[in-house]
Design a protein around this ligand. Structure first.
Ligand code: ADP
Ligand code: MG
Length: 340
């Protein structure tokens, strides 16, 4: 493997890597090391706050990590370009090139790694919770459709066949009411199982699914819900389609639940290598900066969009309108996860 290969690997490491000669002059440093310390090539690496003042016996190296049998890692502060003494976790190991001794110093910012780790763990937990939630929704949708739906349907058919045997007018009118009630229940079951798991997403894609849902939402919520969607030529993964669908579903539901609008519009288009979306409603609006709400809807929308590398924002004027707008980069879509 050539030098370029190693350089490339070092440039992408999550630790600061510094190579220095026996007089501590920097011979190589990866971009992260430079970013962390601000030190330059050929400059000497300063001693850490501990080594600067420690008592050094004769024949001993000042750097505590440069002595035989050193600690695997050592945490201390180092002078950086910011002038601040920043805390780093360091490890140091020697290596030889043509009998010349060099050192490789590995720097980690403990605060930075813990913060990053915590963020990553949080993202993974949210991802797993959402996957579990989606799996549960699929299970409930199936149960509703296949079992409860079928049972209600057979009762519905039974009632219909009973009608011809009943002459009594009161009974017939009672039966008709029951029939209408069951018909409505069947419709509700169908709608609920569709909302829980929009199976058309997989077969027909996001565009067709949203168009159909916009029509259903108009009827269901008694508002004018229009869709202007053009995703032609864009292949969205199952994961992306589902996240975008759930975001739009929550935005529409929020509009009708909280905004009392006459009109809700859904726009989705591909522009500048992004899928851009906008959900507008002419309802009562709200204070978008108010974080007091106990609801999780907006929080989940933000988490979902971040999981696919996009951004989302709310713009609203009280008494006038609310707009939920955002985008998903198309480049991210090529690197999709497929475990949904
Ligand atoms: N389109 C909208 N019109 C008016 N208010 C909205 C709209 N979207 C969100 N809100 C406000 O933001 C709050 C938080 O929404 P959300 O996080 O989805 O929680 P929830 O819907 O469970 O209350 C809502 O309670 C509502 O006050
Ligand atoms: Mg909500």
């Amino acid at each position: 493997m050539d030098v370029e290969w190693f350089k490339e690997a070092f440039e992408h490491m999550l630790e600061g890597i510094i190579m220095m000669d026996s007089s501590r002059r920097i011979t190589y440093m990866n971009p992260l090391a430079h970013q962390m310390t601000g030190w330059e090539l050929a400059e000497p690496v300063p001693f850490c706050s501990y080594c600067q003042i420690r008592y050094v016996k004769e024949g001993e190296e000042r750097c505590v990590l440069a002595n035989p049998d050193p600690l695997p890692a050592f945490q201390a502060t180092l002078p950086t370009y910011k002038g601040l003494n920043e805390s780093f976790e360091m490890s140091l190991s020697p290596f030889f090139i043509k009998d010349q001794k060099y050192w490789v110093l590995v720097l980690r910012n403990p605060k930075w790694t813990t913060e990053k780790q915590q963020l990553k763990i949080k993202q993974l937990l949210i991802h797993d919770t959402m996957s579990a939630q989606e799996a549960e929704r699929i299970r409930i949708a199936r149960e509703l459709h296949d079992h409860i739906g079928q049972t209600v349907y057979s009762v519905f058919l039974g009632l219909q066949s009973m009608k011809s045997y009943i002459q009594d007018e009161d009974f017939t009118s009672h039966l008709k009411k029951m029939e209408a009630g069951l018909g409505k229940t069947l419709e509700d079951i169908k709608r609920l199982s569709k909302e829980l798991h929009p199976s058309t997403l997989e077969h027909l894609g996001l565009e067709t699914t949203l168009r159909r849902f916009a029509k259903d939402w108009s009827l269901l919520y008694g508002v004018e819900c229009t869709s202007d969607i053009d995703l032609e030529g864009t292949h969205l993964s199952k994961e992306h389609s589902l996240h975008i669908f759930r975001i739009i579903q929550e935005a529409v539901l929020n509009a009708v639940r909280h905004g009392d609008p006459k009109l809700v519009t859904i726009q989705l288009k591909v522009k500048e290598n992004q899928v851009q979306f906008e959900i507008f409603d002419n309802g009562i609006g709200f204070d978008v900066k108010n974080k007091q709400s106990k609801g999780l809807g907006r929080y989940h929308m933000i988490e979902r969009i971040h999981m696919i590398g996009g951004e989302i924002q709310w713009i609203s004027e009280k008494g006038k309108y609310t707009i939920v707008e955002g985008y998903v980069p198309l480049g991210e879509i090529e690197n999709e996860r497929t475990d949904y």
